[in-house]
Design a protein around this ligand. Structure first.
Ligand code: SAM
Length: 226
């Protein structure tokens, strides 16, 4: 079964980056936050999101328009996948597709991961996908990148032993930045096994398809919790 995306026109014109506030935690905001900022999430009733009422075992962080999230959900058996995305319009659209296709094991959550993912239980996750994050090229914008030591700590906490954080990026500087932070996190004692995968058996993301069409190079890393 494949999803016919033509059935779900996306007719909202979205600017790529809505407001810079979205990329900073709520407790660091100096201005009044409006309804454009995703609400904090503390506890989740998974029964509202998934047919079997169980917590997700797979996360797709920064799921964008959700092609990977939705296509991968079709391959899963008895596992739930949660997409997390900071922009509301893609989230609403993904959830419309989920409703239209009656997909019981996938949901998109409007949330900024810079507020930490404390609503995900410790050692409950098998796979985390963090694919093609926004690059934020300019030096003064790099602090908007969500991939920080706190993010790595969160991934480490929620992953089961043997669980893996999967990374892809088309920006070499982002790849180097991620590798540097991961090595720093690993420096006291080896918490993760970091390696370049030989094989890759996952559906393609929207950005990956774009890279393939344009012949842009991209980099992959697997980060397995020891
Ligand atoms: C370049 S897109 C890639 C989308 C998708 N993963 C793909 O590979 O096609 C990066 C996505 O990450 C989202 N994002 C950026 N910062 C985020 C944050 N702090 N929390 C959640 N999502 C975030 C952006 O809104 C955007 O949709």
């Amino acid at each position: 079964m494949a999803i016919d995306y033509n059935k779900y026109p996306f007719d909202v014109r979205i600017r790529h980056h809505v407001s810079s506030n979205l990329y900073f935690p709520l407790n660091k905001q100096s201005i009044k936050i409006t309804e454009t900022y995703p609400p904090l999430v503390e506890n989740v009733n998974w029964a509202e999101y998934f047919g079997d009422s169980k917590a997700p075992e797979i996360l797709d962080i920064g799921c964008g328009m959700g092609k990977f999230l939705l296509d991968y959900s079709l391959e899963l058996k008895n596992q739930n996948i949660l997409g997390i995305e900071v922009r509301i319009h893609p989230v609403n659209w993904i959830n419309e597709v989920i409703k239209g296709e009656k997909l019981p094991n996938v949901h998109a959550l409007w949330y900024s991961v810079v507020n930490r993912i404390n609503f995900i239980e410790t050692e409950s996750i098998e796979k985390i996908f963090y694919f093609f994050p926004d690059p934020w090229f300019k030096e003064k914008h790099k602090k908007r990148r969500a991939f920080k030591l706190e993010f790595i700590e969160d991934c480490y906490r929620v992953l089961k032993k043997g669980g893996t954080l999967y990374l892809q990026t088309d920006i070499e500087d982002v790849y180097n930045h991620q590798l540097k932070l991961l090595n720093k996190f690993n420096s006291d004692n080896q918490k993760f096994r970091i390696y370049t995968p030989d094989s890759w058996d996952f559906p393609k993301t929207d950005q990956e398809i774009h890279c393939i069409k344009k012949s842009f190079p991209y980099w992959r890393l697997c980060v397995e919790k020891i």
